[in-house]
Design a protein around this ligand. Structure first.
Ligand code: TLP
Length: 344
């Protein structure tokens, strides 16, 4: 029995058509700026999110790190949500490699921040305090169950940052899921963010890669920082070709992943031991009401469904390009059987 892999949208495998595009990619040494396919992807990415320029990065983690490094100086303090990826899952790279302190504000369940709390956190000029050059937001918000932050929230928070002379970086790892959920173009969602990163290797279905997008001079500096971090890649058009293919073919289909996540959550809710969110996008998080999380994850695995722990009594399941509506039905049947066994 093939496991139905819902651990993340990062697990998706490139389709035949994507592999063909990769195999026939024209390449060159990208550190010299010579890779025509990378150049095309970067131009396309910048255009899709409404920014002047873009730089290809090996991962979302490095794209965010390059953003923080380029926006700040050692000793600065960045403001972000306490549930965001930069704060929780990037091995404190911004502290270690950029020398910045993170001030984490309480994330609201919709992925946003309380504007009053944000205003209060921004420090005025004082001989004792660090400077606050940067606010980081995340849309869609992974740990907030794939919440798509509405435009009103984006505009309000970026407006506060701007008023205080701060810049905003958007971790838009899944910004095209936000686009699909909100019915607003990614460029509008990121409009008032100075920079935005997004991942090719999640809902877009590519094997590797992320883009950091922003003003031309910022991206020039970010490219230097990428080199310093060891992220200067050579004949990487082979990966950029996957990104171009995905931006052309895999964006509009994301609504299917969202419908599949909704079906998965409503099926799970009927089984009893789990309290799932009502997913807006492709991420289902479910609280375990009965029994032990690790025992459930093991039982799911045994039944042929892969999920991950996402908190002490919380699991996460993510739909993606390799998961069909039939897979969701099959996953629910398998889970239902394991619930029966656990109950017995
Ligand atoms: N998220 C991964 C894990 O690291 C948790 C996942 O399975 O969801 N920003 C956001 C919002 C992300 O969710 C991720 C990956 C990243 C950045 C980092 O991307 P990569 O994995 O390419 O470094």
């Amino acid at each position: 029995m093939n496991p139905i892999d819902l651990r993340s949208d990062t697990v998706s495998k490139p389709t035949e058509a994507m592999r063909k595009a990769m195999a026939s990619a024209e390449v060159g040494d990208d550190v010299f700026g010579d890779d025509p396919t990378v150049n095309r992807l970067e131009a396309m990415a910048a255009e899709r999110v409404g920014k002047e320029a873009a730089v290809f990065a090996p991962s979302g983690t490095m794209a965010n790190l390059m953003a923080v490094m380029t926006h700040t100086r050692p000793g600065d303090e960045i403001l972000l949500g306490d549930e965001c990826h930069v704060f929780n899952y990037e091995v404190a790279g911004s502290a270690r490699l950029c020398g910045v302190q993170a001030h984490a504000l309480h994330n609201l369940p919709d992925g946003g921040l309380d504007p009053v709390e944000l205003e209060r956190a921004i420090r005025g000029p004082n001989i004792h305090t660090p400077a606050n050059p940067l606010l980081c937001l995340e849309n869609t918000h992974n740990r907030c169950g794939g919440a798509a932050l509405p435009l009103g929230t984006m505009d309000r928070l970026t407006g506060i940052a701007r008023t205080h002379g701060m810049r905003t970086h958007l971790d838009g790892a899944r910004i095209f899921n936000a686009q699909a959920a909100l019915g607003e173009p990614a460029a509008r969602i990121a409009r008032d963010c100075d920079t935005v990163s997004f991942c090719l290797s999640k809902g877009l279905g590519c094997p590797v890669g992320s883009l950091l997008c922003g003003p031309m001079d910022f991206i020039r500096e970010a490219r230097r920082n990428r080199k310093m971090l060891g992220g200067g890649m050579r004949q990487v058009g082979i990966l950029a070709a996957a990104g171009i293919y995905a931006l052309e073919n895999n964006v509009d289909r994301m609504v299917e992943d969202h419908a599949n996540a909704a079906a998965l959550a409503s099926g799970l809710a009927k089984l009893g031991p789990f309290a799932p969110n009502t997913p807006q996008t492709n991420i289902v998080v479910a609280d375990v009401l009965k029994g032990d999380l690790d025992a459930w994850l093991a039982a799911f695995r045994q039944a042929g469904v892969l999920a991950v722990a996402f908190g002490p009594q919380r699991m996460r399941m993510v739909t993606h390009i390799n998961i069909t509506a039939d897979d969701v039905t099959a996953a629910l049947e398998r889970i239902e059987r394991s619930v029966g066994t656990e109950a017995a």
